[in-house]
Design a protein around this ligand. Structure first.
Ligand code: GLU
Length: 506
């Protein structure tokens, strides 16, 4: 049988890393087994569900590269894929439960139920419905319903029964029916509660494997009872461990429990996030840590998921991001870094649009830019700048701080320029030499610039005597890319300008 998994988010907030991990595990399980991955939007909470949150789910999945086979905006044979559009399907099954006598209407008011609950708690009992309305006979039920009395439907639960299932991660899990009681399945016939809609959808959508967070374990026996009452097949279950903060407490905003779209803004690559999230609960069985999504698709197995809580370690995420940044294509990396340079006002696209890359159909594909200090700079030069930092970044956003001196006016002073005990005459002499060399380089290539400056540096006892003041004069920084690369990337004109400015400061 073809594996069919579903991911079922509620669009009541931004798409969270916890949801992303559940989605990823579903996706990987389907990919590994040649199955299908279905997106179902659980938007029955009308007040809290918002179209912008649904949009955020689509955008986040798209960014992460977790393409679904069926879902809203990609209809398949088992739609619609939004619960809000499946009212008729639910009503059919809910009525069936009532007509077959497996569910009964409860006319108790919310206040009555609350009072009952409190009394039970006061007596030190676990709260459970008293089954008052179970005793009303069917004819009476029909009369009350006909008279328009409000009701919820409750599933009639057999006493003393064990409900158990084999969880692929946790092994056998059992519950006692007495602890569950006659639980509500819908408001009237039209409005199913979560467990009802979920059980019906999983059946109707031919879901074979339900993979979700551990927080849903207590819902599983209820869903199983509904499936049994309706004669549905039972899917396989796998409940993923909770994601915990480093101190083993529940994840909170402070510990990285934020939206996937925020991780994107912070400068993470999607492949870093999928790599990191895969390791939150799954292990390859050895100590490998670096995985592309394609590798995960081949290697993943639900049987190798752990049941103990998975600790979210943001430093590790950054470390993994650094590994992926080193590994990606330079053209793509440059395109991803450019928005950070723009947002820090270090460069401005000369096509004049705020957005980068320019929207499809914008005037030119190869965009030119102006630097903060008014020079022109093209994409290829930006690519060289990014290349120089590719091995140092653990976040894309770091490009702005690391490379700002390429785009901005810089300031230098004696203290910065000085190497060891050199005095200002010696420093001036070094800078003059560099000015002379740079002015006379015939072919402005990286090799030529490197070779000529290096030749001169080799004349000194300790190359630093020549190279430190030059590098400092070109960058205004204590730490930067090496002097040859900076000189070459800045270009002859700008390099000379900066050297002359440094000389003046001495
Ligand atoms: N809509 C539920 C949630 O967002 C998921 C339910 C499920 O996976 O069964 O937590």
């Amino acid at each position: 049988m073809k594996i069919r998994v579903r991911f079922a988010p509620s669009p009541t907030g931004l798409f969270h890393v916890g949801s992303a991990r559940t989605t990823l595990f579903n996706y990987l399980h389907a990919k590994k087994r040649g199955g299908e991955f279905i997106l179902r939007i659980e938007d029955t909470d009308k007040e809290r569900s918002k179209p912008e949150y649904e949009e955020n789910i689509f955008e986040s999945l798209d960014w992460l590269g977790l393409e679904f086979d069926e879902g809203p905006i990609k209809e398949g044979s088992y739609g619609p894929y939004r619960q809000s559009e499946r009212g008729e399907i639910y009503e059919k099954y809910i009525k069936k439960l009532f007509e077959s006598g497996k569910a009964y209407p409860c006319f108790c008011s919310e206040d009555d139920l609350e009072r009952e609950r409190e009394a039970q708690l006061d007596r030190g009992e676990a709260p459970k419905y008293s089954e008052k309305c179970r005793k009303i006979d069917h004819e009476e039920d029909l009369k009350k319903i006909k008279n328009g009395e409000d009701f919820i439907l409750r599933l009639m639960i057999e006493k003393g029964k064990e409900i158990s299932f084999e969880d692929k991660i946790r092994g056998r899990v059992s519950f006692q029916s007495d602890g569950i009681g006659d639980f509500p399945i819908s408001k009237g016939f039209e409005r199913p509660f979560y467990n009802t809609a979920c059980a019906i959808d999983d059946f109707e959508m031919r879901i074979t494997d339900v993979i979700r967070g551990e927080d849903h374990i207590s819902n599983t026996p209820k869903q199983i009872l509904i499936q049994d009452a309706l004669g549905f097949d039972r899917p396989n279950y796998a409940h993923l461990p909770l994601i915990l903060a480093p101190d083993k407490s529940k994840m909170s905003k402070r510990f990285g429990a934020v939206a996937v779209s925020d991780y994107k803004k912070m400068g993470f690559l999607p492949e870093s996030l999928t790599n990191f999230l895969a390791l939150l609960g799954w292990s390859p069985g050895d100590d490998r840590e670096f995985f592309s999504l394609g590798e995960l698709e081949k290697e993943f197995s639900i049987e190798r998921c752990k049941k103990s809580g998975a600790v979210f370690n943001k430093e590790k995420l950054e470390y993994i991001n650094g590994l992926h940044i080193k590994n990606i294509d330079l053209q793509r990396l440059t395109n991803l870094c450019i928005p950070y340079l723009i947002s820090e006002s270090l460069i401005i696209p000369s096509h004049g649009e705020e957005e980068y890359p320019p929207a499809m159909g914008a005037r030119s594909v190869t965009v030119d830019f102006k630097t903060a200090d008014g020079r022109s700079i093209n994409f290829d030069t930006l690519k060289e700048i990014v290349k120089e930092h590719q091995d140092r970044m653990t976040l894309l956003s770091q490009i702005a701080d690391l490379s700002s001196y390429f785009f901005n006016r810089i300031e230098v002073d004696f203290d910065l320029l000085q190497w060891k005990e050199m005095n200002s005459e010696e420093l001036k002499d070094v800078i003059d030499k560099a000015i002379n060399i740079i002015s006379n380089i015939d072919k402005w290539t990286k090799e030529e610039v490197t070779e000529r400056l290096l030749q001169e540096a080799n004349q000194y006892e300790g190359r630093g005597r020549f190279l430190w003041p030059i590098r400092a004069a070109l960058t205004g920084e204590k730490a930067s890319v090496g002097p040859f690369e900076v000189a070459w990337i800045l270009g002859r004109e700008e390099a000379l300008k900066r050297l002359k400015q440094a000389k003046k400061s001495l």
